[in-house]
Design a protein around this ligand. Structure first.
Ligand code: JD8
Length: 399
């Protein structure tokens, strides 16, 4: 069995039966997931198979006894190589998130302890933490009767990230919470249903326009339904990152970050003739006069930046440039959030967004196309580059 191993301990093992169904059930049958469910009562020794007792200090309800849990977790650990990462659902736990799902999906072995009654004697978690990693996790700010429902949700959220479980892994990328924004609305046939038509842009075949519409829908939905995630600034804040206009004092660090970020571009495009690579702090500072420039700091460290300005040649065109994220922080959606930040800063009347990158900067080209930009034919503004543009939905196009 090559896949991830998951052990679940509960007094209601049948509660986990839904994990026999659908893609998770198929993944188990294909050996992508080794899921084992254990009955806690099998680790009791009295005639009534007792798992609970009255709470010390008084109060309503019953508490789960430590002894059966100790024996159950000992048995699980003894039945495998190494130790599992123990996940204990509880309303007092850390909120479960997509990032946590990604982190758990990287683990070889997970164990889940499903509590019931008023909860599990606290010494069980303390004891387990002496020999394995333990996470107390909450599904959300509401009260359930036990941990089983949370385990169903967490196992599904984790298992679907395992290689081979979801047929088309690409679809994982576009999902809500993957990059801090909610997903766009989806439609299928018929084109008109109960006098309700599918948005025409989706039938246009214009992939740039479709991507732009979907992006706008994602930002709008996020603003309306999840103000906590609203606007990329919130998403950046959620990551503990602060966005603000660049100050002259940022220039030294920005010059260093530019060199770090454009090194890969120089390699990809086999040229060192890239201004961002050779600018010193004074030149960067002078750039603040021509471009609106924003920087992102995390823990005091300058980790990202972007700049934008209205085109001097093409009225209605908002030009975005120098989008950069510290190499060690790339892939977390910061770049996408900064791009949307610069887009959102476009003045009223903007009709087209413009960005430029190296002809052979494959990652950037993919990123910008996914953000709704289309490459303009021919050489870009600078040698060895390509210009990409995105029309602002509802604005008259620039020819
Ligand atoms: C585990 C016992 C019930 C909880 C007295 C009701 C998670 N988001 C979440 N809400 N509730 C749980 C959860 C509830 C549990 C147990 C998880 C074990 N209960 C208790 C305390 C108040 N009863 C959860 N994840």
């Amino acid at each position: 069995m090559t896949g991830m191993r998951v052990d679940v301990v509960s007094i209601f093992p049948d509660y986990l039966a839904p994990l026999d169904l659908s893609l998770i059930g198929k993944a188990r049958r294909e050996g992508l997931l080794d899921l084992r469910v254990h009955d806690l009562r099998d680790f009791t020794h009295d005639r009534h198979r007792t798992v609970d007792d009255s709470p010390y200090g008084g109060g309503a309800g019953m508490v789960m006894r430590p002894e059966p849990w100790g024996e159950a977790l000992d048995a699980v650990v003894a039945s495998g190589e190494g130790v599992p990462h123990l996940v204990v659902p509880g309303p007092a736990g850390k909120p479960f998130t997509q990032q946590m799902a990604r982190d758990l999906a990287a683990e070889p072995w997970l164990a889940f302890a499903c509590g019931r009654y008023e909860g599990i004697d606290e010494r069980v978690v303390e004891d387990a933490a002496t020999r394995m990693p333990v996470s107390v996790v909450s599904l959300g700010d509401y009260v359930l009767n036990g941990g089983e429902v949370a385990v169903l949700a967490i196992v599904e959220a984790v298992a679907r990230l395992l290689p081979g479980v979801i047929g088309n892994a690409e679809s994982l990328v576009e999902e809500s919470h993957e990059d801090g924004l909610l997903e766009y609305p989806v439609y299928t046939k018929p084109p008109v249903w109960r006098d309700r038509a599918v948005p025409p842009v989706l039938l246009s075949g214009d992939h740039g326009a479709i991507a732009a519409w979907r992006d706008a829908q994602r930002l709008a939905r996020t603003a309306e339904r999840r103000p906590d995630l609203r606007h990329v600034a919130a998403a950046l804040d959620a990551g503990g990152l602060e966005v603000r206009p660049a100050q002259p004092a940022d220039a030294e660090e920005l010059a260093v970050l530019q060199r770090a970020c454009w090194l890969s571009e120089a390699v990809a495009n086999s040229t060192l003739d890239i201004p961002a690579l050779s600018e010193d702090a004074d030149e960067v500072r002078r750039g603040f006069a021509q471009w609106q420039t924003w920087v992102v700091r995390s823990g005091g460290r300058l980790v990202g930046s972007v700049r934008a300005r209205a085109s001097t040649e093409t009225p209605g065109q908002w030009e975005i440039g120098r989008l950069m994220v510290a190499p060690d922080l790339q892939g977390r959606g910061i770049g996408r959030a900064l791009l949307a930040y610069a887009e959102a800063a476009a003045p009223a009347g903007t009709r087209r967004l413009w960005i430029n990158t190296g002809t052979r900067s494959a990652a950037n080209l993919r990123r910008y196309r996914r953000a709704g930009y289309r490459a303009r034919p021919g050489e870009g503004r600078f040698g060895g580059t390509v210009d990409l543009v995105k029309d602002v939905p509802g604005a008259d196009a620039i020819s």
